[in-house]
Design a protein around this ligand. Structure first.
Ligand code: GCW
Length: 716
């Protein structure tokens, strides 16, 4: 029997155990709101590396942020109070520019020349046990400390192994928000706009500061606040005051604000007769407007313009070219240091293949754009599909600054319901060789100035950020924001390494988790391609909302180039879009050897086969299967991979807090159901043309075609 004393003690023990379990549980039950600033557990370099103090002798709002960030992160990492020093001392982190005497003494001058305004150096001086983070500007020092903290949390050995010198690949690393002024987000799947326009300028959403911190941690240095389908009202004085409030908040983090503008603003807001870019009154209107913006926001970045595209107004409405429109705005912005990002996303329901139209319109304008204009080109020639070959404008406009635009929000890859890590998509695109100047004329090297030299450089990603607690809708969609930022900084990084980095900072550094999930992430986009649009198929999704499969979609009177049939061309003879020399001849827009390779179905990579060719159902693939059988296998493989990902995720339960574990599990169930939906819809529909059997070794459809056609999709 327990004595009274013992039983009291055991109650106390049970209480303590329960209490500590409870606090463990509650502190570990993450909701995703902390993004990649969640896990600060492992920071072991070796027993001797325990920095315990910070020495910064310069001051600015940004240096203040640096101090706060270091204090916060290092006390979590090293589990001790971090001291702030007035001089350098053993065991300190010393951050600053060459205005700091100790830094000037310790870092070679040449390094400062190499890193420019945004690069940094991290140097560990082992004799003194001091880590220096040096840069030419406070913003670059902020990038430096974030890099340092990232290494501490993911790969700490690097810090003591060598001097690290980093500088960004692109000058302008920009998020494009498709946020409307009413708080909705076009193609946004994570809630409403984080700007909360209605509260501004009086009240600022506290999330904007966290947003700035997250972007600065990646080196993102610009943000376009509003949708490219631009509401002219954004340029009204009341709105500009709201924009100013956001710009003021983002400034210490090195983030400049840009706006999408409507080309008809002079007519709509100014009451002018037209918005002709050569009309002196129009120019005067824009000049006055730009002046008023810079009075409020002295470091305003410039304008993003979607002109003469999908119903948006533009210079062609007045018989002027894209160059005339862009240059007019650029000339006005130039004295203020602003730029124009002019989109090349143009196509019309003409007889011409949509995949050629941007090239046909823009290529002849090469050399006509002024030097503060960038042409913003989507990665593929159609529209952010799960897979497209690269847009042939890349490499073809030697005398024009071209900036890549990728879509971080997953309009065509399952919204925020499907796990699809976009690193492989982004790097496949950036590393595509255009062969325009021989081997290794990759898009990364063209657009970062490594090949044609001396132009303004930039890259844009359409943001997937919203008011959802976890910012992006799916916990794993945070990785897409992250990988965009990391590649914008260094377009040569391994996207698998980036996935590992993100996993370690967001969940745990346990190798069993990191390696398994990095593999899942790396394979996830290919799985989506397989269950949605394998072998070069594209644009099979539902009308307007773009969710789910509708290869049969037919809307009386609709633009043909908005209907799936335009792209898949399935009939009893076969399937695919003939863009070879016997078809639309889009292949001619590519340089050799790509042109010949894409033109010949025997040489064309399988992944682009039906993008460039219309082939018979019994066409022999290189693996010996006929086309129909291969298509069935690809769709099934996509589904099986999702099943595998889900099973692997279930094995991760012990590594992940319950909330995020359950939320991701639920999304994975949805993804599996929808992968099956895609497979069944596409195969059953295409089977009506092929008349061939689904191979018996593959799972049978669980739906009927009739049921799916009548399903009536109700996306989020
Ligand atoms: O992909 C299409 C989207 C539109 C978008 C357009 C664009 C902002 O469906 O919603 O409009 O691209 O990029 O301009």
């Amino acid at each position: 029997m327990l004595s009274r004393q013992t039983s009291k003690r055991s109650y106390l023990l049970i209480f303590l155990v329960c209490f500590s379990m409870f606090s463990l549980y509650s502190s570990n039950d993450e909701d995703g709101s902390k993004l990649w600033f969640t896990n600060y557990q492992k920071a072991i370099i070796n027993d001797n590396y325990h920095p315990g103090s910070i020495y910064i002798n310069e001051s600015s709002p940004t240096f203040q942020l640096i101090l706060e960030e270091l204090n916060y992160s290092m006390s979590l990492l090293f589990k001790q109070n971090i001291k702030t020093l007035n001089n350098h001392a053993k065991g300190c982190i010393c951050v600053g520019t060459s205005n700091n005497g100790y830094i000037a003494e310790s870092i070679e001058k040449d390094f400062f020349r190499k890193i420019g305004n945004e690069g940094f150096i991290i140097k560990y001086i082992s004799e003194e046990d001091i880590t220096i983070i040096a840069a030419n500007t406070d913003i670059a020092a902020l990038y430096g400390i974030h890099h340092y903290l990232r290494l501490l949390r993911t790969d700490p050995e690097q810090i003591i192994a060598q001097t690290i010198i980093e500088k960004p690949a692109y000058q302008n690393r920009i998020l494009n928000h498709w946020d409307n002024l009413d708080g909705t987000v076009e193609r946004g799947y994570a809630g409403r706009s984080i700007w909360k326009w209605e509260d501004l300028p009086e009240r600022l959403n506290p999330r904007i500061r966290e947003y700035a911190r997250a972007n600065a941690s990646l080196g993102i240095n610009g943000t376009v606040l509003n949708n490219v389908n631009a509401d002219p009202d954004v340029l009204k004085p009341d709105f500009l005051r709201k924009v100013k409030r956001i710009a003021d908040e983002l400034r210490p983090y090195g983030i400049r604000v840009y706006l999408s503008v409507n080309f008809s603003s002079p007519e709509i807001l100014g009451g002018l007769q037209n918005s002709d870019p050569l009309n002196p009154n129009v120019k005067a209107w824009w000049l006055k407007k730009v002046n008023s913006i810079y009075e409020l926001i002295p470091d305003f970045g410039g304008f993003l313009v979607k002109a003469n595209s999908e119903g948006q107004p533009g210079p062609q409405d007045f018989g002027r070219s894209h160059a005339e429109g862009a240059n007019m705005l650029a000339d006005i912005l130039k004295p203020f240091g602003g730029i124009v990002m002019w989109r090349a996303f143009v196509y019309n329901p003409s007889g011409e293949d949509r995949a050629k139209q941007a090239f046909i319109e823009f290529k002849p304008l090469d050399g006509e754009f002024h030097d503060n204009v960038l042409i913003q080109v989507k990665n593929g020639p159609i529209d952010f599909q799960p897979r497209e070959p690269f847009n042939p404008l890349f490499g073809a406009m030697e005398n024009t600054a071209l900036m890549p635009e990728v879509q971080i929000t997953k309009e065509y890859l399952g919204f925020s319901d499907h796990l699809a890590y976009l690193g492989p998509l982004f790097s496949e695109f950036l590393q595509s060789d255009t062969y325009m100047k021989g081997n290794n004329t990759t898009i990364a090297r063209i657009t970062d100035n490594s090949i044609y030299g001396d132009k303004i450089t930039a890259i844009a990603g359409v943001a997937n950020i919203g008011s959802d607690t976890n910012w992006c809708g799916h916990h794993f969609d945070q990785a897409n924001w992250y990988v965009f930022g990391r590649l914008a900084w260094n377009n040569q990084l391994s996207v698998k390494e980036i996935a590992r980095e993100w996993l370690k900072q967001t969940f745990t550094t346990q190798p069993g988790f990191v390696e398994t999930m990095a593999k899942v992430m790396m394979e996830s986009r290919e799985a989506v391609v397989n269950y949605m649009t394998p072998l070069g198929l594209h644009h099979l999704m539902g009308w307007s909302h773009h969710y789910g499969p509708e290869p049969w979609c037919d809307i009386p009177g609709a633009r043909p180039d908005w209907l799936p049939r335009y792209y898949h061309n399935a009939d009893s003879n076969g399937i695919g879009f003939n863009r070879s020399s016997s078809g639309s001849n889009a292949v001619e827009l590519y340089a050799e050897p790509l042109r010949s390779m894409f033109n010949d179905p025997q040489l064309c990579p399988d992944k682009y086969l039906l993008w460039f060719h219309h082939l018979p159902w019994d066409y022999q693939m290189s693996n010996g299967r006929d086309l129909w059988t291969e298509l069935c296998h690809r769709y099934s493989e996509g589904v099986e991979n999702v099943r595998l990902f889900r099973d692997l995720w279930h094995k991760m339960e012990k590594f992940v807090d319950p909330r995020r574990y359950n939320e991701v599990s639920q999304k994975m169930d949805t993804q599996l159901n929808e992968a099956i939906w895609w497979r069944d819809a596409c195969l059953l529909y295409f089977q009506t043309f092929s008349g061939m059997e689904i191979p018996p070794e593959l799972d049978k459809p669980v739906h009927t075609l009739e049921g799916l056609v009548n399903k009536g999709i109700n996306p989020v």
